[in-house]
Structure formats: C-alpha cells, structure tokens
Design a protein around this ligand. Sequence first.
Ligand code: MN
Length: 160
Amino acid sequence: MLELDRVQQGKWPGIEVCSMAATILVAEDNEKNRQLIRDILLYHGFQVFEAENGAVAIEKAIRQRPDLILMDIQMPVMDGMTAARLIRTDPSLQGIPVIALTSFAMTGDRERLLEAGFDDYIAKPIDTRQLPEIVKRNLGNGIHEGNGIRPLSTGGTETC
Ligand code: MN
C-alpha cells in the first residue's frame, strides 16, 4: 500500500490529489473493510471521509456534504438502515446518493434497502472492480477517474 500512501499524501509524481475531487463518505464499522474501500477509492482519485457508525456518518454528512455516501448496514450505535432513513429526511442532504454495503443478496432485502432510501447497493465481500464502477455510475456524468472533475450540480466543473 506504499503507492496509495504516497497518493494520499500528494507525493506521488503525476498524480495530484485534487481538492475538487468528488468526495465519498464511507460509513463502515469494520476497520479492515473501511481500509480496503478507502484504498480503492483513493486509487480511483476520490477524496474519502470515514465514519464508524451511522450516527457519525450523519454528523459528517451534514458537516462535509459528500458527493456520495457508502453505508454499511450492520453497525453499532446506529445501523445503516436507520441512518439512510434519517439522511432522506434531512433537506440539506437531498440529492446525495446513498449506497448500501451489504451481504444480503435476496430480492426482499433489495426492496427493503430501496424503501429505506438507498439508491443502490454493493454486495460484500467487496469486489475491487465493481465498487468504483457502482460509485461512478451513481455519481453520474462529470466525474472522471484520477482527476478531480466535480459534477456540475455541486458548483461547476473544475480540474486540477
Ligand atoms: Mn458492519
């Protein structure tokens, strides 16, 4: 993970961690999973914020206004379902895609996730290729791998 450390610190020649890169909030209580997801997202040029439960996720979402939220379902203090429902009731957080991280694979669970306000879901164990694809799909147009082009909805396009 040496290369990723250098990218994170902005010391990798040719790769600039741009302050205008799309920001992803990762809410996940399992530290190893969180680290894996963070490394994948950093590698793809995203900025990452982390939360270890649903309550911290809501607090950080309000403060940092991420472009997208990845939300584990089973977490202590406040689970992902509850956090997603609360996010959907907060007017300041509307329009931010919330994607569930879940080991559930059944249709009924999928419907429950959508009903709770999730836009999409990513099945665990995390697939390192699928995760960035689903993130990009939910961010929509304007996000390009490796350089921080911000979607038009959050203040115009800017590159670095
Ligand atoms: Mn969990």
